[in-house]
Design a protein. Sequence first.
Length: 282
Amino acid sequence: MSLASLLFGRNGRPLLEHFDFLTHEPEEAFRESGTTYLDGEQLHDFRSDAFVFHRRQCGHLPQREAHDADFQRAAAVRILHGRDALEDAFALDVPIDSRTGEPCGKYSFEFEKWAREQGKPALGTDEVEAIDNMARSLAAHGPASGLLASGVAQGIVRSDYLGVACQERFDWLSPHHGIVVLYVADGLGYLDSTLRYSGTAHRLAFGRALLAAATGKTVPVHVIAVEKSAPHRCGVWHASRLLLRGAERENKKALRRLKQYRDRDHWPTGYERVRVLKPLGF
Protein backbone atom coordinates (compact mmCIF):
# COMPACT_ATOMS: atom_id res chain seq x y z
CA MET A 1 0.00 0.00 0.00
CA SER A 2 1.46 3.37 -1.02
CA LEU A 3 1.53 6.40 1.20
CA ALA A 4 -0.46 8.34 -1.37
CA SER A 5 -3.34 5.88 -1.09
CA LEU A 6 -3.59 6.50 2.66
CA LEU A 7 -4.14 10.23 2.51
CA PHE A 8 -7.47 11.55 3.75
CA GLY A 9 -7.29 14.70 1.63
CA ARG A 10 -7.31 13.74 -2.02
CA ASN A 11 -7.53 17.23 -3.49
CA GLY A 12 -3.78 17.81 -3.24
CA ARG A 13 -4.07 20.12 -0.24
CA PRO A 14 -2.19 19.27 2.98
CA LEU A 15 -4.11 17.64 5.79
CA LEU A 16 -2.53 20.10 8.22
CA GLU A 17 -1.87 23.49 6.65
CA HIS A 18 -0.23 25.11 9.69
CA PHE A 19 1.16 24.11 13.08
CA ASP A 20 0.48 27.19 15.19
CA PHE A 21 -1.61 25.07 17.57
CA LEU A 22 1.57 23.34 18.76
CA THR A 23 3.78 24.30 21.68
CA HIS A 24 7.36 23.17 22.24
CA GLU A 25 9.10 22.57 25.54
CA PRO A 26 11.70 20.16 26.99
CA GLU A 27 10.50 16.67 27.81
CA GLU A 28 11.09 17.31 31.51
CA ALA A 29 8.65 20.25 31.46
CA PHE A 30 6.11 18.16 29.57
CA ARG A 31 6.33 15.41 32.17
CA GLU A 32 6.05 17.88 35.05
CA SER A 33 2.83 19.22 33.56
CA GLY A 34 1.42 15.69 33.85
CA THR A 35 -0.06 16.61 37.22
CA THR A 36 -2.32 19.10 35.41
CA TYR A 37 -2.81 17.48 32.01
CA LEU A 38 -3.52 13.84 31.24
CA ASP A 39 -1.54 12.23 28.43
CA GLY A 40 -1.98 8.95 26.58
CA GLU A 41 0.51 7.07 28.74
CA GLN A 42 -1.25 8.17 31.91
CA LEU A 43 -4.63 7.19 30.50
CA HIS A 44 -3.20 3.74 29.79
CA ASP A 45 -2.00 3.57 33.41
CA PHE A 46 -5.49 4.52 34.59
CA ARG A 47 -7.12 1.87 32.41
CA SER A 48 -4.72 -0.71 33.84
CA ASP A 49 -5.05 0.23 37.53
CA ALA A 50 -6.92 3.31 38.78
CA PHE A 51 -5.50 3.08 42.30
CA VAL A 52 -1.86 2.87 41.19
CA PHE A 53 -2.48 5.69 38.69
CA HIS A 54 -3.80 7.92 41.49
CA ARG A 55 -0.86 7.10 43.77
CA ARG A 56 1.54 8.06 40.98
CA GLN A 57 -0.33 11.31 40.35
CA CYS A 58 -0.02 12.17 44.04
CA GLY A 59 3.72 11.50 44.00
CA HIS A 60 3.53 8.47 46.31
CA LEU A 61 4.85 6.12 43.63
CA PRO A 62 7.64 6.76 41.11
CA GLN A 63 6.74 7.42 37.50
CA ARG A 64 7.29 4.48 35.21
CA GLU A 65 10.29 4.71 32.90
CA ALA A 66 11.80 2.18 30.55
CA HIS A 67 15.17 0.75 31.61
CA ASP A 68 16.69 2.11 28.38
CA ALA A 69 14.84 5.44 28.46
CA ASP A 70 17.98 7.47 27.65
CA PHE A 71 18.67 5.25 24.64
CA GLN A 72 15.10 5.64 23.37
CA ARG A 73 15.19 9.41 23.82
CA ALA A 74 18.56 9.62 22.09
CA ALA A 75 17.30 7.54 19.14
CA ALA A 76 14.33 9.90 18.76
CA VAL A 77 16.60 12.97 18.86
CA ARG A 78 18.99 11.48 16.29
CA ILE A 79 16.25 10.39 13.88
CA LEU A 80 13.89 13.34 14.23
CA HIS A 81 16.38 16.20 14.73
CA GLY A 82 19.70 14.97 13.32
CA ARG A 83 23.23 14.13 14.48
CA ASP A 84 24.06 17.67 15.65
CA ALA A 85 21.07 17.67 17.97
CA LEU A 86 22.18 14.32 19.41
CA GLU A 87 25.64 15.73 20.15
CA ASP A 88 24.09 18.77 21.85
CA ALA A 89 21.72 16.78 24.05
CA PHE A 90 23.93 13.80 24.98
CA ALA A 91 27.55 13.24 25.94
CA LEU A 92 29.11 10.99 23.30
CA ASP A 93 32.91 11.40 23.61
CA VAL A 94 33.55 8.33 25.74
CA PRO A 95 36.97 8.34 27.44
CA ILE A 96 39.61 5.87 26.28
CA ASP A 97 40.79 3.11 28.59
CA SER A 98 44.55 3.60 28.89
CA ARG A 99 45.12 -0.12 29.39
CA THR A 100 43.32 -1.33 26.27
CA GLY A 101 43.24 1.72 24.03
CA GLU A 102 39.51 1.12 23.57
CA PRO A 103 36.59 3.29 24.71
CA CYS A 104 35.59 2.60 28.30
CA GLY A 105 32.65 0.27 28.75
CA LYS A 106 29.42 1.87 29.91
CA TYR A 107 29.42 -0.03 33.19
CA SER A 108 33.06 0.64 34.05
CA PHE A 109 34.08 2.91 36.92
CA GLU A 110 35.84 5.27 34.49
CA PHE A 111 32.74 5.69 32.34
CA GLU A 112 30.45 6.31 35.31
CA LYS A 113 32.86 8.91 36.73
CA TRP A 114 33.09 10.65 33.36
CA ALA A 115 29.32 10.54 32.85
CA ARG A 116 28.66 12.23 36.20
CA GLU A 117 30.83 15.17 35.11
CA GLN A 118 29.05 15.83 31.80
CA GLY A 119 25.91 17.58 33.00
CA LYS A 120 23.78 15.68 30.48
CA PRO A 121 22.95 12.02 29.77
CA ALA A 122 25.89 9.99 28.48
CA LEU A 123 25.80 7.23 25.88
CA GLY A 124 28.22 4.37 25.43
CA THR A 125 30.08 3.84 22.17
CA ASP A 126 27.97 0.79 21.31
CA GLU A 127 24.77 2.77 21.90
CA VAL A 128 25.87 5.61 19.63
CA GLU A 129 26.80 3.14 16.89
CA ALA A 130 23.42 1.41 17.21
CA ILE A 131 21.53 4.72 17.05
CA ASP A 132 23.46 5.83 13.96
CA ASN A 133 22.69 2.48 12.32
CA MET A 134 19.01 2.87 13.18
CA ALA A 135 18.97 6.31 11.55
CA ARG A 136 20.66 4.96 8.42
CA SER A 137 18.20 2.08 8.23
CA LEU A 138 15.25 4.45 8.44
CA ALA A 139 16.73 6.81 5.86
CA ALA A 140 17.09 3.89 3.44
CA HIS A 141 13.46 2.82 3.93
CA GLY A 142 11.35 4.60 1.30
CA PRO A 143 7.96 4.82 3.08
CA ALA A 144 9.57 5.69 6.44
CA SER A 145 11.76 8.46 5.06
CA GLY A 146 8.77 9.73 3.06
CA LEU A 147 6.71 10.13 6.24
CA LEU A 148 9.47 12.28 7.76
CA ALA A 149 10.20 14.29 4.61
CA SER A 150 8.41 17.33 6.00
CA GLY A 151 6.74 18.22 9.26
CA VAL A 152 7.34 19.16 12.89
CA ALA A 153 9.10 17.07 15.53
CA GLN A 154 7.94 16.62 19.12
CA GLY A 155 5.25 19.30 19.17
CA ILE A 156 2.78 19.37 22.04
CA VAL A 157 -1.00 19.70 21.84
CA ARG A 158 -3.10 20.64 24.86
CA SER A 159 -6.87 20.62 24.71
CA ASP A 160 -10.02 19.71 26.59
CA TYR A 161 -11.17 16.19 25.76
CA LEU A 162 -14.52 15.07 27.19
CA GLY A 163 -14.14 17.56 30.02
CA VAL A 164 -10.60 16.45 30.94
CA ALA A 165 -7.54 18.66 30.41
CA CYS A 166 -5.28 16.56 28.19
CA GLN A 167 -1.95 16.82 26.42
CA GLU A 168 0.12 14.76 24.00
CA ARG A 169 3.65 15.12 22.64
CA PHE A 170 3.76 13.91 19.05
CA ASP A 171 6.97 12.42 17.71
CA TRP A 172 6.19 13.87 14.29
CA LEU A 173 3.30 15.69 12.64
CA SER A 174 3.37 15.63 8.85
CA PRO A 175 1.29 18.09 6.82
CA HIS A 176 0.56 15.32 4.30
CA HIS A 177 0.56 12.11 6.38
CA GLY A 178 -0.76 13.16 9.80
CA ILE A 179 0.58 11.62 13.00
CA VAL A 180 3.83 9.65 12.82
CA VAL A 181 4.97 7.70 15.89
CA LEU A 182 8.56 6.49 16.23
CA TYR A 183 8.83 3.11 17.96
CA VAL A 184 12.15 1.69 19.14
CA ALA A 185 11.60 -2.05 18.86
CA ASP A 186 13.33 -5.10 20.26
CA GLY A 187 12.33 -6.83 17.02
CA LEU A 188 9.79 -6.56 14.24
CA GLY A 189 8.64 -10.20 14.23
CA TYR A 190 5.71 -9.83 16.64
CA LEU A 191 5.24 -6.09 16.47
CA ASP A 192 1.72 -6.30 15.04
CA SER A 193 0.50 -7.93 18.26
CA THR A 194 2.54 -5.56 20.42
CA LEU A 195 1.04 -2.50 18.78
CA ARG A 196 -2.48 -3.88 19.14
CA TYR A 197 -2.38 -5.19 22.71
CA SER A 198 0.28 -3.30 24.69
CA GLY A 199 -1.76 -0.11 24.99
CA THR A 200 -0.05 1.45 21.97
CA ALA A 201 -3.25 1.40 19.89
CA HIS A 202 -5.04 3.32 22.65
CA ARG A 203 -2.25 5.90 22.76
CA LEU A 204 -2.47 6.32 19.00
CA ALA A 205 -6.25 6.81 19.23
CA PHE A 206 -5.83 9.24 22.12
CA GLY A 207 -3.35 11.36 20.17
CA ARG A 208 -5.55 11.39 17.07
CA ALA A 209 -8.63 12.40 19.08
CA LEU A 210 -6.77 15.14 20.93
CA LEU A 211 -5.40 16.53 17.67
CA ALA A 212 -8.95 16.50 16.26
CA ALA A 213 -10.18 18.38 19.35
CA ALA A 214 -7.51 21.04 18.84
CA THR A 215 -7.75 21.39 15.04
CA GLY A 216 -11.11 19.96 13.99
CA LYS A 217 -9.30 17.54 11.66
CA THR A 218 -9.04 13.76 11.90
CA VAL A 219 -5.79 12.59 10.32
CA PRO A 220 -4.13 9.24 9.57
CA VAL A 221 -1.76 7.63 12.06
CA HIS A 222 1.45 5.80 11.13
CA VAL A 223 4.05 3.98 13.19
CA ILE A 224 7.70 3.78 12.14
CA ALA A 225 9.44 0.98 14.03
CA VAL A 226 13.22 0.49 14.00
CA GLU A 227 15.06 -2.37 15.67
CA LYS A 228 17.52 -1.20 18.30
CA SER A 229 19.79 -4.21 17.69
CA ALA A 230 21.36 -5.53 14.49
CA PRO A 231 20.22 -5.85 11.76
CA HIS A 232 18.25 -2.68 12.68
CA ARG A 233 15.35 -3.44 10.36
CA CYS A 234 12.82 -0.68 9.77
CA GLY A 235 9.11 -1.01 9.02
CA VAL A 236 6.01 1.18 8.71
CA TRP A 237 2.51 0.41 9.96
CA HIS A 238 -0.65 2.33 9.13
CA ALA A 239 -3.19 2.23 11.96
CA SER A 240 -6.56 1.34 10.44
CA ARG A 241 -9.60 3.47 11.19
CA LEU A 242 -11.37 0.40 12.59
CA LEU A 243 -8.57 -0.21 15.11
CA LEU A 244 -8.48 3.45 16.14
CA ARG A 245 -12.26 3.74 16.47
CA GLY A 246 -12.39 0.72 18.77
CA ALA A 247 -9.53 2.04 20.93
CA GLU A 248 -11.11 5.49 21.02
CA ARG A 249 -14.40 4.05 22.35
CA GLU A 250 -12.51 2.39 25.20
CA ASN A 251 -10.56 5.60 25.87
CA LYS A 252 -13.81 7.55 26.16
CA LYS A 253 -15.20 5.03 28.66
CA ALA A 254 -12.00 5.35 30.68
CA LEU A 255 -12.14 9.17 30.62
CA ARG A 256 -15.74 9.16 31.87
CA ARG A 257 -14.75 6.77 34.64
CA LEU A 258 -11.76 8.97 35.50
CA LYS A 259 -14.06 11.99 35.91
CA GLN A 260 -16.34 9.97 38.22
CA TYR A 261 -13.42 8.85 40.38
CA ARG A 262 -12.10 12.41 40.59
CA ASP A 263 -15.52 13.79 41.54
CA ARG A 264 -15.92 11.18 44.29
CA ASP A 265 -12.21 11.07 45.21
CA HIS A 266 -12.61 7.31 45.14
CA TRP A 267 -9.88 5.18 43.57
CA PRO A 268 -10.65 1.45 43.73
CA THR A 269 -7.86 -1.12 43.47
CA GLY A 270 -10.06 -3.63 41.64
CA TYR A 271 -9.42 -6.16 44.42
CA GLU A 272 -12.10 -5.06 46.89
CA ARG A 273 -14.19 -8.22 46.44
CA VAL A 274 -13.32 -11.83 47.10
CA ARG A 275 -12.27 -13.56 43.89
CA VAL A 276 -12.89 -17.20 43.01
CA LEU A 277 -9.89 -19.24 41.89
CA LYS A 278 -11.29 -21.55 39.23
CA PRO A 279 -9.72 -24.63 37.62
CA LEU A 280 -7.71 -24.05 34.46
CA GLY A 281 -9.86 -23.87 31.35
CA PHE A 282 -12.95 -22.47 33.11
